[in-house]
Design a protein around this ligand. Sequence first.
Ligand code: ATP
Length: 212
Amino acid sequence: MRVGLFGGSFNPIHLGHLRSAEEDREALELDLVYFVPAASPPHKAEGELAPAEHRLQMTRLATKGNRHFMVSDIEMRRGGSSYSIDTVKYFLATLRQPATLYLLMGADQFAELETWKSCDEMVSLCNLAVHTRVAEGNNEPPRFSLAALKRFGYIKADDHYVHPSGKTLSFVATTILPISATAIRRKLHQHLSINYLVPGDVVDYIHRHQLY
Ligand code: ATP
């Protein structure tokens, strides 16, 4: 079984998250993608973070129509700072079938890889897939810091990078949807519409619970 883990604050979840996860799923032939909302994202300031239960519920609403999409509350149950290494270890220990794990992330998150807790251990336990939001017709290779790439060797025939452990790093070109949760929260503050940036059920949920 091939499983993707997609972590984030999902504050709120939006179509940029959903579309990139869908394209990652197809490109990597994943059976399941688990969305894993963070209890407390270590790389983000606390301000503006909606309560965990609401972010979890919005993630459930957004993904409920897709049989390949699952939501895990493991980071919320664990509480405290949410470190990917702990989540990867949890999934490796608890998935019922032997699974190949892919940690899915955007390029902005990959650029900070060096700062992640137990980064070296993590890249030896789990494959990484970075969606690069490449524009249509633009075949330029993504430019990433050598610091992040130096742990991997490039295998030209397979067009991916390999860690000495055998785990891979792939770049998945996905449709650019330049949507951010920050911009959505800003629109809400300005009493502007967020329709078509987030799924309709999530729009309703945000208004019903007066989030942001
Ligand atoms: P914020 O604006 O609050 O910082 P965000 O929109 O960047 O939030 P996160 O929950 O922080 O969303 O992101 C979770 C993951 O989704 C990260 O790996 C991030 O790179 C990726 N991501 C965020 N926005 C997009 C997007 N529009 N398209 C593809 N991936 C995205």
